[in-house]
Write a new protein. Sequence first.
Length: 179
Amino acid sequence: MQLPASNGTVAASTAETPPTGCFPVPNPGECFWQTQPHPKSNHRSTEQLPEHSDIVIIGAGYAGISTAYHIVKDHKDFNKSITILEARGVCSGATGRNGGHLRPDFYGHIPTYIDRAGARAGAEIAEFEIAHLPALKKVIEEEKIDCDFTLTRTIDVWCNGEAAAKAKATFDSVVAQKC
C-alpha cells in the first residue's frame, strides 16, 4: 500500500492495518534496527504498576527516555517517583522505525508552526530541533553509550515541483523575516 506523506514524498506500508483510532497497532512489523534487541529493551522494574507516581511519562521512545534522563540528570536532589509506560519495548514505536536518523524536519511540521504562530516561532522550533544533534552527541560521549552515532550532513529531495516550491516558499518566508 502507498501512503501519501504531507511533504510530497511517499511512505510505503507492507501490511494492511485496520484503523484502530489509537496506537499501538496490532501485529506491527519487525524493524531491521530491532532484530537484535538490547537486553533491556523489554525491561520492567516492577511486577505491578505502582498505584501512585509523581511523574508518568507516556512512551519509551526518544522523547520519553530523554525526558526521564534529563529530569534525573539535571536535578541531583530529585526525590520523586517516575513511571515510564510503554506499550511494547523501548524505542519500539516511531523512534525505532526511523532508520536511525535524527535530524530536524524543516519542511514537515515547521510550516504548520509558522502558519499558527509566525516565522519567529517556527525558527525557534527549528533551532530547538537543531540543538538536539550536539546534545545527543554529548550524552552519548558522557554516558559512554556504545552505538553507531555519526554526526554528518543530510540533503532534502522532493519528488515533485509542487512540494519543492512549498519548501522554498517556507524557507524564503523565514529568511525574509530575518529569523
